[in-house]
Each structure stands twice: as structure tokens, then as C-alpha cells.
Design a protein around this ligand. Sequence first.
Ligand SMILES: NC(=O)c1ccc[n+]([C@@H]2O[C@H](COP(=O)([O-])OP(=O)(O)OC[C@H]3O[C@@H](n4cnc5c(N)ncnc54)[C@H](OP(=O)(O)O)[C@@H]3O)[C@@H](O)[C@H]2O)c1
Length: 420
Amino acid sequence: MSFKQHSRQYDLVVFGVTGYTGKFVAEHITTHFPTDLKWAIAGRSAAKLQNVIDECKALNPDRQSPEIEICSLNHTELGALAKKTFAFITTVGPFSLYGEYAFKACAEAGTHYFDCTGEAVWHSSMIEKYEAVARATGACLFPQSAMESATSDLITFAMASRIKTEFSAPIGDVIVEVHEIRGAPSGGTLATVLSLCDAFHWKEIAKSHVPYNMSPIPNPKKTPKPSLLSKLTGLYPVHNLGLLATSLTSGTNSAVVHRTWGLFNQEPSLQKQSYGPNFTYREFAKVKNPVRGVVMHYSFMIGRLLILFCPPFRKMLRKFVSQPGEGPSKEDQAKEYVQFQGLATPDIQLKTGKQVWAKAEYAGGNYGLTALLVSQAACTILQDDIKLPGGVYTPACLGQGYVDRTGEAGFKIETMVIDA
Ligand SMILES: NC(=O)c1ccc[n+]([C@@H]2O[C@H](COP(=O)([O-])OP(=O)(O)OC[C@H]3O[C@@H](n4cnc5c(N)ncnc54)[C@H](OP(=O)(O)O)[C@@H]3O)[C@@H](O)[C@H]2O)c1
């Protein structure tokens, strides 16, 4: 499939390729994108950028190398760079510290933007500041187009599509669970978690995770309340999924999925995909036994409290965890694996109860998956006729073309109708 015609110098610029995640993005583009892509890699060190080019050249010697763009974190240089390209990917994080420069530059330049932040509170503040600017320039901005939160968003989208096809009905209650995860975080990810609490008040972080807080329109429908036992133990036995427990990433992912609900209702070109009025979303992690689930629940709770409210604990952690730029080795990444499962109930009365079950998996590392998701999101806007006006969107707003591309690249979502 060919890339769209436009008047800019580049189809795509990738900012942050000298970091742990950015290198995976450069590699994914080198090995998966059509060779007629006009692209550049951007960063503050020419020598580091040349190293990335040399490493990518070894992966695909026949492909023309990207251009190099030297760019520091300031409004003038990023503003000039954003004007040169049709689409822009950034992996420069922590986003709460460094992300606003690129976000603002792309919103103002009418440049389509993709990032890998998992910081919903930062995402929420960018909507407030730049949504109106993007509407005026035509820029479509897609934060959280990575493992957080494209995975949850696309699995929900796939289940809603299957329900529409099978039952001509909207989607009702949805549960997504992190079924298996083998992998370690990068230094950049850990620095991001720790910086977030310095950049935002805990109340702002908590507010950004409240269902529908990031949705452009409210939904009075309430998420099902947990039982007292679930509240105390963090355990959620779910028929057709098994024993589930508290998930570390449920807040940020559910913020994005609920925003998708609102965007699908609000934006005329997305309304045919609407999830319906009784949609609810919850996310958990699969556990092998109750003891593990309870331990996980309390460990997360205590860890979260210490990180949020105890600056000396954050300072101490910084010394012991891996540092920005570091991450699992290539060999360890190759052994990593992640699987998600989902369950959705059609919002319709049927003679016999039915549900849609989904499975999505990726073998080869969480950062490889992030690179796949953010790169294929950019590819979708470079190739497909996406009829969105300017604004801040969620990954699912890219539609079936994005789901198909991520599937072909290795993140396949399968859905099945099962008895409830
Ligand atoms: N949500 C998800 O699923 C997910 C997945 C993966 C990553 N992430 C996020 O992605 C971000 C990056 O993670 P990482 O592990 O790749 O971090 P990293 O290895 O530390 O890389 C950071 C990148 O940002 C650049 N950078 C930092 N400060 C800069 C500055 N002042 N000016 C210009 N460039 C600067 C670095 O350039 P230099 O090389 O020049 O220092 C490097 O390219 C983190 O926020 C992480 O949380 C999220």
C-alpha cells in the first residue's frame, strides 16, 4: 500500500530513537515499512543517531537510511521539525517532564502525532491545553498508542466489532485481563513512574484514572461495584476467565478505553462504531492462585502509597533501579511474552446467554510490542483514508485498518463467541 501524497519533506520523523524504546521503533520501521518511506530520525546527539542508523543498516542493508535531524528539547527547534513532516512519533520520556514540547509543536503545525506514554494524567493535561489548537490546525494526536494503552483499546474494539457482526447489538460489560506477562521494565519506564509523582499531585493522578474522566462526554452508567470480599482481597473470580486480581496498569488503560467510548459517540465519522449506552470496562491481571492474588494486591497498594507519598522512598528507588537508556538485553527480550484475554457481553436479551471472548498475544518483548503498536499507528494514518478532524484521539479511533496492521506485524487478536 502506498503512502499518501502531501507537501511535507518527510512522511515520518521519529524523535527519541537513541533511547531504549526508540531503538525498537527505528528497527520496526526498518524491517516492516515499505522502502519508499521518506523518514528521519531526530535527537540531540549526531553520533548517537548515526549509531542507530548503522545498527538498522545491518538489519536491512537494501533499505535507504533515514535522514538525521538534530533537535533539542525546545519550542523553536521542535516547532521547526514538526513542520517538516506529515507524521511524528516520539518516545522521549518521561512525558510528564519532556513530552509537552513535541505535543505542542505537532498540534500547532497540523502534524499527526503518536507517542508511547502511559501517563494518563499528562495525556489529560495535553487534551486540556491543545485539543482546541489541534482542531484548528487539523493535527490528529494519538497519545498512549503503545502497550499502554493500545492493547486494551484494540481488544475492546475487536470484541465490540464481533458483537456487532454476530448479534447486531452494542457492547455491554467488558473485562480485559493481562493473562501472562514475562518481561522487565526499562530504566526510562521506571524513571517515568517516579517522575510522575513529582510532576503531578496525587489527586490529579487519581482523577485521571476515574472512568469517563477523560471522555469528551459523560456517561451516567456506573462500572459494576466490587463485592466487599473483592475489595478486601483484591480477588475477582470471573466465569469464563478464571481468577483475576488487581492490575497495575488498569487505571491508565481504562482511562483511554472510556475516552474511546466518548469519542465514538461524539465524532460523527466514528459514530458507526459506537459502543452503546450500557458499556462498562474493567481490567485485571490473571493469577494462578488466591494467595498470589492477595499478595499482589497488597504489594501494589503499599508500593503505590510509598511512591506517591514518600519522596525519600522515590529517591532511594532511583538509585537501585536500572537507569534511563538501560533495559533488558536483546537476548532476554527475545524470551519475553505477553498475552491478554478479554470477555464482553452483548447489550441485548438473547434466548441463551452468549459472550465474546478474545485473546491477543505477542512473543518477543514488551518494548518490541510498544514499537509495533506506535509505528503501525503512524503507518495507518500515512496510508489509510482516516476521516477525522483535528483533535486528540485514542488508538481505537484508527479503526480496523490499525487492528489489521498490528495483527500482520505480530499482535494478533482472535475473538470467539462462547456460552455465557
Ligand atoms: N506505556 C508504555 O507501554 C511504554 C512502553 C515503553 C516505553 N514507554 C515510555 O517511553 C519513554 C521512554 O522510555 P525509554 O526506556 O526508551 O527511555 P530512555 O531509554 O531513557 O530514552 C529516552 C529518550 O529520550 C531522549 N531524551 C531524554 N531527555 C532529553 C532531552 N532533554 N532532550 C532531547 N532528548 C532527550 C533520550 O535521548 P539521549 O539518548 O540523547 O539521552 C532518549 O532518546 C518513557 O517515558 C517510558 O515510560 C512507555
